[in-house]
Write a protein that binds this ligand. Structure first.
Ligand SMILES: [Zn+2]
Length: 212
């Protein structure tokens, strides 16, 4: 550890993102519920590959990254997504990583577009190009308190394309719950025309159980 890292550790001791205990960014107890595996789920025709179940620990880690911009928490999510991409042995010459963007209000509040920021780091490390082609074209409600049908209605027509989507697309998001967001994103990339897009799948850090 460098002297600066040691000093900063002394001044700003790190805490576990899962339980707030002083120590590493994830303690051994919380690591047991944040241990990337490989889960496959399908939502209509879309296959979603995920690393972890969306446990209370996972939700705290995601919140720390998303709403507090904690780099250590970002890192845990980035590692989880890369873990899944490696399991799938993705061909980086054919595939494009497509981040699911957040709304303008959240971007302003967080000072970044959360998933776009993570995916650009994932792209640097895996050499799989990022294609940031989706944008939210209108306001959407926070999904967390909505049921399955309400989520689908909330997102219908919410995305638009900011550039052409080509190749084999892997949509990237933090959590999949009902699949409403990802399915709407698939609909939009497929709506642009004939033969432009190859197979579309999705990778998320977490999969929430079952709220379908
Ligand atoms: Zn902990």
């Amino acid at each position: 550890m460098s002297i600066f890292a040691e000093l900063s550790q002394l001044l700003f001791p790190s805490r576990c993102f899962g339980c707030q205990r002083l120590g590493p960014s994830i303690c051994s107890a919380c690591r047991s519920s944040w241990h990337p595996h490989y889960y496959k789920s399908t939502f209509d025709n879309l296959t979603v590959h995920s690393a972890l179940f969306y446990t209370p620990t996972a939700s705290k880690i995601i919140l720390a990254a998303k709403e507090s911009g904690q780099k250590g928490a970002d890192e845990l999510i980035i590692e989880a997504i890369i873990h899944v991409l490696e399991k799938r042995s993705v061909d980086s010459s054919l595939c494009r990583l497509v981040p699911i963007p957040s709304g303008r209000a959240s971007q302003r509040r967080r000072g970044r577009s959360f998933i776009v920021d993570l995916v650009s780091q994932i792209s640097d490390r895996t050499a799989i190009p990022m294609l940031d082609c989706l944008q939210l074209s209108r306001k959407v409600k926070d999904q967390s308190r909505l049921h399955r049908d309400q989520r689908a209605r909330n997102l219908a027509g919410a995305f638009s394309l900011s550039c052409a989507a080509r190749g084999e697309l892997i949509l990237i998001d933090d959590v999949v719950t009902t699949g409403a967001t990802l399915r709407e994103a698939v609909r939009v990339v497929n709506s642009q025309g004939f033969h432009a897009v190859g197979p579309v799948s999705a990778v998320t850090a977490c999969v929430a159980q079952p709220l379908r």
